[in-house]
Design a protein around this ligand. Structure first.
Ligand code: PEP
Ligand code: MG
Length: 574
């Protein structure tokens, strides 16, 4: 039995056999071999290269571009020095053929992706493709395809990408455990949206389990256990029962309004990544969409979405929320969210690089296509448009100019849209928070993105488990910025919500209400629990909690204080 403590990112408990996958959904056994087996593994590697070549040759095509790609792949597979590197690794390190192929090809790909020349760096994607082809030969029927599972499993991975996580079938994937990641990394956010228990930041857990081992994922306590004994399984089955009972109890408040004991109404919206999640918001008692992360439209397929793809997706969400608010955030690509064909072209500091609104302003065709679809959808319901990671007033002005330009195009084409559509920005950087009073003059609403705001204020990567203890949205520095934004929004009489994960944290609800927040947008599965807390408190109590928390100087002191305050109102949740 091996017990590991990680970062709890999505509540619930799963107890199943595990499937260990690598970043490309293939299981790579990380086993060492006896020296007597080395020649066998070398022969397996040779055969795999041979079969991959045969497979590619049989797929030869006349189509120009594809023909060229196949030719490059074939040249690579025939390369003697590459094969020598693989066989040297098997001999030198006594590892399996799979491991040697994967390691060698990934080293080359990573070398390519670091080259500044875009043409060369994009070749990294070809190398990953070749790796997958050779691995398929080696793993054959043992190769487990995560997209087509036939039994319930716990997925154990070194790192999970947001797209990969979004593709999991929650009927079969009953828990996630990853070596890498933080509480607000996008894969964690997706796991929470799907309601799959998850723990990340487990360091080298993948190396201490083998596929088929029983694994417990406790997404409430942040614990993962490999090969538990009988007694431990019984104990966790009982935790599982308690958790289900709590969920059932919370389900009963679905129809009740989110009103504090002293009668203040709080609006509860949901965050979604895909249109089909809109139904879950309704099911959990939410009143609209406060953050639609539209970049997931780009992440799932090799092709860029067309205007029609955008429009269809937005129209689908509007069917669920006809006359309720649907805040569509324009694509937030870059950082940890790259499109399929750009995912191997890495920037040196992607979180400080060409992401979000900066990316849109550099890719105007893409941006205008999306804006046109959002505007067309605005004729169907209460659509609002929101721009991510605005850092200064020029960006906002430029963005609004493009929006108005697209409106003129629609006028010319006689296409209906809402000319008074609400325009909002996310406040996700210290610069935007400090300039909130100025920015407020040009928008209808703010939504505070505490995930990025925390990261940029504290200079702590939200997805890096090595610094996860420094990452906290209740750090006094972050709280001061949040308070400024709320005050400035109130003074300017514009709408304000919180859509970062802080809105889903039971410990932070009283603080947010006390700071003056009256609108929350959160992961749909968390709506009932947060609503229960809202219904158990008075604004006066919340004001006092916020006052005390803001008077404290250390994060630890604030976090402990908030936890105790929340425990006092909903003990079952802790
Ligand atoms: C945020 O940064 O708080 C936010 C809600 O945006 P995302 O998590 O998609 O970066
Ligand atoms: Mg963000």
């Amino acid at each position: 039995m091996e017990i590991r403590k990680g970062i709890a990112v999505s509540p619930g408990i799963g107890i199943y056999k595990c499937l260990v996958i690598d970043a490309e959904d293939y299981r790579i056994p990380r086993r060492s071999i006896k020296s007597s087996q080395r020649m066998i593994e070398v022969q397996r590697a040779r055969n795999a290269f041979k079969s991959a070549i045969a497979e590619l040759t049989s797929m030869q095509t006349d189509q120009g571009k594809i023909k060229d790609i196949f030719a490059v792949h074939l040249r690579f597979l025939h390369d003697r020095s590459l094969r020598k590197r693989v066989t040297d690794l098997i001999h030198g390190d006594s590892v399996t053929a799979e491991y040697a192929v994967s390691t060698t090809l990934r080293e080359i790909a990573s070398h390519f992706s670091r080259v500044k020349d875009a043409y060369i760096s994009e070749r990294a994607a070809d190398i990953y493709d070749i790796e997958r082809r050779v691995l398929r030969q080696l793993l054959g029927s043992k190769c487990e395809d995560v997209q087509h599972l036939s039994e319930e499993v716990i997925i154990v991975a070194r790192e999970l990408s947001p797209t990969q996580t979004a593709g999991f079938d929650k009927n079969y994937v009953k828990g996630l455990a990853a070596d890498v990641g933080g509480r607000t990394s996008h894969a964690a956010i997706v796991a929470r949206s799907l309601g799959i228990p998850a723990v990340v930041g487990l360091e080298d857990f993948t190396e201490s389990v083998a596929g088929g081992d029983i694994v417990i994922v406790d997404g409430n306590r942040g614990i993962v256990i490999a090969n538990p004994d009988e007694q431990t399984i019984k104990q966790y089955e009982s935790y599982q029962q308690d958790f289900k009972q709590l969920e059932q109890k919370l389900g009963e408040i679905k129809e009740k309004p989110a009103v504090t004991r002293d009668g203040v109404r709080i609006t509860m919206l949901g965050n979604i990544e895909f249109p089909d999640e809109a139904g879950l918001i309704l099911e959990k008692g939410g009143e609209g969409i406060g953050l639609y992360r539209t970049e997931f439209l780009y992440l799932g397929s090799e092709e860029e979405p067309t205007e029609e793809d955008h429009y269809k997706a937005y129209a689908e969400t509007l069917k669920v929320f006809q006359n309720r608010p649907v805040i569509i955030r324009t694509m937030d690509l870059g950082a940890d969210k790259y499109t399929q064909n750009k995912r191997f072209v890495r920037e040196p500091n992607p979180f400080l690089g060409l992401r979000s609104i900066r990316f849109c302003l550099r890719n105007l065709t893409l941006f205008r296509t999306q804006l046109k679809a959002i505007l067309r959808a605005s004729a169907l319901g209460d659509v609002k448009v929101m721009f991510p990671l605005v850092t200064n007033i020029q960006e906002l002005m430029q963005t609004k100019m493009i929006l108005h330009d697209v409106m003129e195009d629609l006028d010319d084409e006689n296409i209906p849209y809402d000319p008074n559509i609400d325009i909002g920005i996310m406040i996700e950087t210290p610069s935007a928070a400090l300039m909130a009073a100025t920015l407020a003059r040009d928008v209808n609403f703010f939504s505070i993105g505490t995930n990025d705001l925390t990261m940029y204020t504290l200079a702590v990567d939200r997805g890096n488990e090595m610094v996860s203890t420094l990452y906290s949205s209740v750090d006094p520095a972050v709280l001061r910025l949040i308070r400024t934004v709320i005050q400035d929004a109130h003074k300017s009489q514009i709408d304000l919500s919180i859509c970062g994960e802080a809105a889903s944290e039971p410990e932070q609800v009283m603080l947010m209400l006390g700071l003056g927040v009256r609108k929350l947008s959160l992961a749909p599965p968390m709506i009932p629990e947060i609503k229960q807390i809202i219904r158990s408190v008075t604004i006066e109590e919340c004001n006092s909690v916020a006052r005390k928390a803001l008077g404290m100087n250390s994060e630890r002191q604030i976090a402990t204080y908030l936890r105790n305050a929340a425990r006092g109102v909903l003990p079952e949740a802790f």
